[in-house]
Write a protein that binds this ligand. Sequence first.
Ligand SMILES: [Cu+2]
Length: 131
Amino acid sequence: MPIPPRFRRLQAVVAIAVLCMLIALAGCSGGSAPTSPSPSTPSTTSVSEERIVIEDFRFEPADLTVSPGAKVSVVNEDSAPHTVTAEAPSAFDTSTIEGGRTAMFTAPSTAGAYRYLCGIHPSMMGTLTVR
Ligand SMILES: [Cu+2]
């Protein structure tokens, strides 16, 4: 006995229905994906990495606020040597940073505004605020 055409049509309808469900499911799971993006990894690391870039005989940023005892790296992008030297004696000093080199200093542990300059080019000035 041959399969009645009505039954074959039913099969096709069922197949289409299953396909639609699969597509709906896929769409559903695709829609739920953005609910789990990755903001769980905040860009702020607990150990703050502070940075001053020296470019064209300027500190960038010249005024920087850091937490007490923060490690501050100083990137000299000039070809000339520079320093980051606190005006307050022995607050901090990178000593000479040759062109293209990076140095690091530790911010004072006492809160305050520390003016600094380049020991080689005293017209280069900035302020490191610790708080
Ligand atoms: Cu300099």
